[in-house]
Design a protein around this ligand. Structure first.
Ligand code: UDX
Ligand code: UDX
Length: 428
């Protein structure tokens, strides 16, 4: 099929590359000309494992342009994958979606299935449908489908090929779009969840909100564990063996970040409030998450009386491992919070870059450079290369002996056998 993907970011590029791999002709459109130029020069503007290889492999089925005009006529399907960031009050900024609708409205001259993949609050797809009608597009010439993505950055391609579900939200009376979606996703073996437009939008938010709730739950449990010298990882393992709970998303640490959980939980809270529904749990999930970094800073303060002459190595800037994305990164927020204690911070990340670091924060090009003469090493993102460090070598490089594991990703015994001191929160 001939498909247009509007928005070539983390979601759009992965979607386009996978659809091309499935055999479709895919035209990627993005208003950011710099991104499009990079893609046309064989470069990928984001780090997502396997994405460059998949784009290169399907180069003859992928095109990149910054103009909707070039390909919209030939496309029978249009995926909307533009950003839907938070507004100041936490509700969702739909201005990019609106911009796309404006551009699409006077370019629909043959039938299109318009698929919203961007995460949008319940009611948005109905709103998109009505806006296109208001702009004079004939209802004979399009249908709107809500098809939210469940891609995790760092494993987005795997998550799309091995989706645990394909969620399809349809307008009542739309008896043709499901067949279109099934043709698009031929080759992906996953159960379909067929629901209304609002239903599909709600599944996306409820999914992210539940995962965020699991994380805030285990983070709150880790605070109680700290008071009873209990290792929260033992608790996570213990409860995770119950199939009703499951072992995933129970890793306590600096809290959740990224371009999704923070904005989606806040958006769902605002959606509830807009209907005069009190989202107590969603608010508590955010409160735990927003105070989690303070817990780690306070713990660090118990280890050193004076920070002014300290040198602290912080390993990790990205919001999680295997990505260069620093949007709402807990590691970055931790670095900025720590920098207010006037210590010298040497930060390192394999992929992510600190934007406008405070004056006492330097990003180093290697782990060795970051760790050298450090009084303390903090693990702020759970990259594998930090988990596999040679701790004897680390000890020889450091001035101090404290390893502060803010992601609960290290094995205490491997560190302590070299005379280093392992410190975490809720680690017994
Ligand atoms: C983001 C959110 O993370 C995700 O939850 C939501 O479902 C979609 O928006 P992501 O791909 O991470 O997804 O966003 P981003 O990396 O910012 O990419 C959005 C792209 O859309 C950008 O490249 C931007 O230039 C482009 N865009 C935006 C357009 O092409 N046209 C527009 O009018 C607005
Ligand atoms: C998430 C959802 O998993 C995905 O389904 C949705 O499509 C987009 O949002 P993503 O934001 O890429 O994906 O990252 P994810 O792996 O979910 O982690 C989110 C945050 O939670 C990260 O900051 C991560 O470090 C943190 N996290 C995750 C924990 O602190 N503990 C955990 O056990 C798991």
């Amino acid at each position: 099929m001939n498909i247009c993907v509007i928005g070539s970011g983390y979601v759009g590029l992965t979607t386009a590359a996978v659809l091309a791999e499935l055999g479709h002709e895919v035209n990627c459109i993005d208003k950011n000309k710099q991104k499009i130029d990079m893609l046309n020069n064989g470069k990928v503007p984001i780090y997502e494992p396997g994405l460059k290889e998949l784009i290169d492999k399907n180069y003859n089925r992928l095109t990149f342009t910054d103009s909707l005009d070039d390909y919209i006529k030939r496309a029978s399907v249009v995926f909307i994958c533009v950003g839907t960031p938070s507004l100041q009050d936490g509700s969702t900024d739909l201005s990019y979606i609106e911009a796309v609708i404006d551009e699409l409205a006077n370019r629909i001259h043959s039938y299109k299935t318009i698929v919203t993949k961007s995460t949008v609050p319940p009611g948005t797809n109905e709103w998109i449908y009505n806006k296109l009608l208001e702009k004079g597009v004939s209802p004979e010439l399009f249908n709107i489908v809500s098809n939210p993505e469940f891609l995790r950055e760092g494993s987005a391609i795997h998550d799309m090929f091995h989706a645990d579900k394909i969620v399809v939200g349809l307008r009542s009376g739309d008896h043709q779009s499901l067949t279109v979606l099934q043709k698009i996703y031929t080759g992906i073996n996953a159960p379909y969840v067929i629901t209304s437009l609002n239903g599909a939008e709600m599944i996306k938010y409820a999914s992210n909100a539940f995962l965020a709730t699991k994380i805030s739950f285990i983070n709150e449990i880790s605070r109680i564990c700290e008071a009873f010298q209990v290792d929260v990882n033992d608790v996570a393992k213990g409860i995770g063996l119950d199939p009703r709970i499951g072992p995933h998303f129970l890793q306590a640490g600096l809290g959740y970040g990224g371009s999704c959980f923070p904005k989606d939980v806040k958006s769902l809270e605002r959606t509830a409030l807009s209907k005069n529904i009190q989202p107590y749990l969603l608010q508590a999930v955010q409160t735990v998450n927003e105070t989690q970094i303070d817990i780690y800073i306070e713990k660090l303060k118990t280890l050193f009386s004076d920070f002014t002459n300290l040198k602290i190595a912080v390993l990790g800037i990205a919001f999680k491992a295997n990505t260069d994305d620093t949007r709402y990164s807990p590691a970055e927020r931790f670095i900025r919070h720590l920098s207010q204690l006037d210590c010298e911070i040497h930060a390192y990340d394999p992929q992510a870059k600190l934007q406008n670091p405070p004056r006492n924060v330097m990003q180093k090009e290697s782990i060795t450079a970051a760790i050298r003469d450090a009084d303390c090493v903090v693990i702020a993102t759970d990259w594998n290369e930090f988990k596999q460090l040679d701790w004897l070598e680390v000890k020889q490089l450091m001035k101090g002996t404290i390893i502060f594991d803010a992601r609960n990703c290290l094995e205490r015994s491997k560190i302590e056998k070299h005379g280093l001191h392992y410190v975490g929160v809720g680690r017994g």
